[in-house]
Design a binder for this molecule. Structure first.
Ligand code: PEP
Ligand code: MG
Length: 596
């Protein structure tokens, strides 16, 4: 992200402005800025008299009512579209937040006790709530802090009589430019044909980034200052692959980016032309390529990019931004819809990975070491009531397709037996209640703790498949917090210890005759493909957009050459040597695809 502010990036006639941001969705878009005024509004601050307090509270309540009506209206519109059901959940969560005691009661207290005007009282309350979010280390959930901003901004805008929702449809060739986009904005914008999205703030896990990837349009987030300096209708280019934004581009820059866009599209087209071909090495070794998703809608993108199914559906999303817990029916509806959409393709749904550094558990003090605390199946076993709601829904949904259930963060055989016992209980309950469900859903585990890797042979005897979660496995094996930028340079999939762990897991799976997949980010990096193939992994699961390139690499190699590279890599000791060997070989082998 750039440190440049709008003062430094001044608009100068005939000069373009370059802003560096983060890649959120790949591709190049050239168009006109459609500015969405989502700058934080300046909150008026003044004191009211004690007698005015009641009227001020009424004003606050009227604004909340109005906000509720607006969100209800959006929700109603979205409800008609079966593709937007997850979006309905987001908007509904925002609607429920409007009535959150933490927000409303506290603001009311400040009006009475400190004679603060309603806007100021609300803003101060939000600031306090957000402080508690700062402690969350997981990027996805920390980003949900912005949900509180969206909800409170809506109330404040209503208090001040400002325009709240987008009223105007973006014209053709629009690139949406905003400080940040609320889920409601993003969802409404996604119904028009826009060329791309750029925001001042945000991360790869912001709603706007997730939606852009699902729509397959380029997006750049964290382009600080862009919304301050771009005028409506200004010419703008975004390069979502590199995270660049060019405002008021020169003719030469337009030509350069047009060429980059053509190259990107040609390359995409070329890769997509191969999408129906099997992921098979030249010597006939077939693997499967799956997609990792958070929304059921993303399944379409997995299919259009040549995926064979879903290798990881992260269900945490269902719990985010809400005060209550999802009901069995809500779980069931989401899973059934996903399986319907998958139309017979395999779908691996992971039970919730909540707790620890992902979402704080209500009513519990923050743990001193959350990554090693009550997380994933540990939390599931601590709260079997919450766990069983999900398990029942999964078993019920199982009759609608090729469902497989996966448990995260299993540490060893005893824990695996415990979660399996919960699943059995859920199944017995359903049978006792005559509720249709599938009893023989395959059950797998994520191998993402070093302990699980070391006893993989024992675990393999008690489950139907393994999926290696390298994002966590690397964190725990190398002792590197995956969220901590200061030690990010040590986070290396090519560490010999990681390669050895992967090999142990793959061999244990093979020995027991169960399929072994990999679903960490490592799987989507083409450089790792030969090593993973050589280890004998049966499938790779990754973000949809990475599938075509990984497929191309697989189809161009032989298993023998992959094995040779793995053998040579594992004879080396240092990360640098291993990386140098693999990169060198791969770039020499695929100069067009991997160089630069
Ligand atoms: C992993 O740990 O590799 C993984 C895929 O799970 P998550 O990133 O959701 O922890
Ligand atoms: Mg994980």
């Amino acid at each position: 992200m750039t440190d440049r502010t709008e003062d430094e990036v001044k608009r100068a006639p005939g000069r373009s402005a370059f802003i560096d941001g983060m890649s959120a969705s790949p591709g190049v878009a050239i168009g006109r800025a459609f500015t969405v005024d989502r700058r934080r509004i300046r909150t008026p601050k003044y004191h009211i008299s004690a007698e005015q307090a009641e009227a001020e509270i009424e004003r606050l309540e009227a604004a909340i009512d109005m906000s509720e009506r607006q969100l209800q209206d959006i929700e109603n519109r979205l409800s008609r579209d079966s593709d937007s059901q997850e979006h309905v959940l987001i908007v509904r969560a925002h609607r429920l937040m409007l009535r959150d005691e933490m927000l409303v009661d506290k603001a009311r207290d400040l009006i009475i006790e400190e004679h603060a005007n309603a806007e100021w009282a609300l803003r101060r309350t939000v600031r306090r709530i957000k402080k508690s979010f700062d402690l969350i280390r997981d990027e996805y959930f920390r980003e949900r802090r912005s949900d509180i901003d969206f909800v409170s901004d809506r109330i404040i805008r209503n208090l001040m009589g400002h325009i709240v929702d987008l009223e105007e449809a973006p014209p053709e060739n629009s690139i949406v430019v905003a400080h940040d986009l609320s889920p409601a904005d993003t969802i409404m914008l996604s119904r028009h044909s826009i060329l791309g999205i750029v925001t001042d703030v945000g991360a790869r896990t912001s709603h706007s980034a997730i939606v852009a990837r699902a729509l397959e349009i380029p997006a750049v987030v964290g382009a600080a200052g862009v919304s301050e300096i771009a005028g409506n209708g200004d010419r703008i280019i975004i390069d979502g692959t590199r995270g660049h934004v060019v405002l008021w581009p020169s003719q030469r820059e337009v030509r350069t980016y047009r060429a980059a866009r053509r190259r990107y599209l040609a390359h995409e087209e070329e890769l997509l032309a191969e999408r129906d071909l099997p992921a098979k090495t030249k010597d006939g070794h077939r693997v499967q390529l799956f997609g990792n998703i958070e929304f059921d809608k993303e399944l379409d993108s997995v299919i259009t990019h040549g995926g064979d199914g879903i290798g990881l559906y992260r269900t945490e999303f269902l719990y985010v931004g809400r005060k209550d817990l999802p009901t069995e029916e809500e779980h069931y509806e989401v899973y059934r819809r996903l399986l319907d959409r998958a139309d017979g393709l395999p779908v691996i749904i992971r039970t919730f990975d909540l707790g620890g550094d992902k979402v704080p558990i209500p009513g519990r003090a923050r743990e001193p070491n959350p990554a090693m605390g009550l997380r994933a199946v540990r939390f599931s076993l601590n709260r079997p009531d919450i766990f069983k709601t999900q398990l029942r829904a999964l078993l019920r949904a199982g009759v609608h397709g090729d469902l497989r259930i996966m448990f995260p963060l299993i540490s060893g055989p005893a824990e695996l037996e415990e979660v399996k016992a919960c699943l059995k209980e859920a199944s017995a309950e359903l049978a006792g209640q005559d509720v249709p469900h599938r009893e023989d859903v395959p059950v797998g585990i994520m191998v993402e703790l070093p302990s699980a890797a070391v006893v993989a042979d024992r675990l393999a005897a008690s489950c139907d498949f393994f999926s290696i979660g390298t994002n966590d496995l690397i964190q725990y094996a190398l002792g590197i917090d995956r969220q901590n930028r200061d030690v990010a340079y040590l986070y290396k999939p090519s560490h010999l210890a990681i390669l050895r762990l992967l090999k142990t897991i793959a061999e244990a799976g093979k020995e027991a005759g169960i399929p072994v997949s990999i679903c960490g980010e490592m799987a989507g990096d083409p450089m790792n493909v030969p090593l993973l193939l050589a280890m004998g992994l049966d499938s790779f699961s990754m973000n949809a957009l990475s599938i075509p390139m990984v497929k191309r690499i697989i189809r161009a190699m032989t298993l023998d050459e992959c094995r040779d590279l793995l053998r040579r890599a594992m004879e080396l000791s240092s990360i640098d040597e291993i990386e140098k060997l693999v990169r060198g070989e791969m770039i020499a082998r695929f100069p067009e695809e991997l160089a630069g």
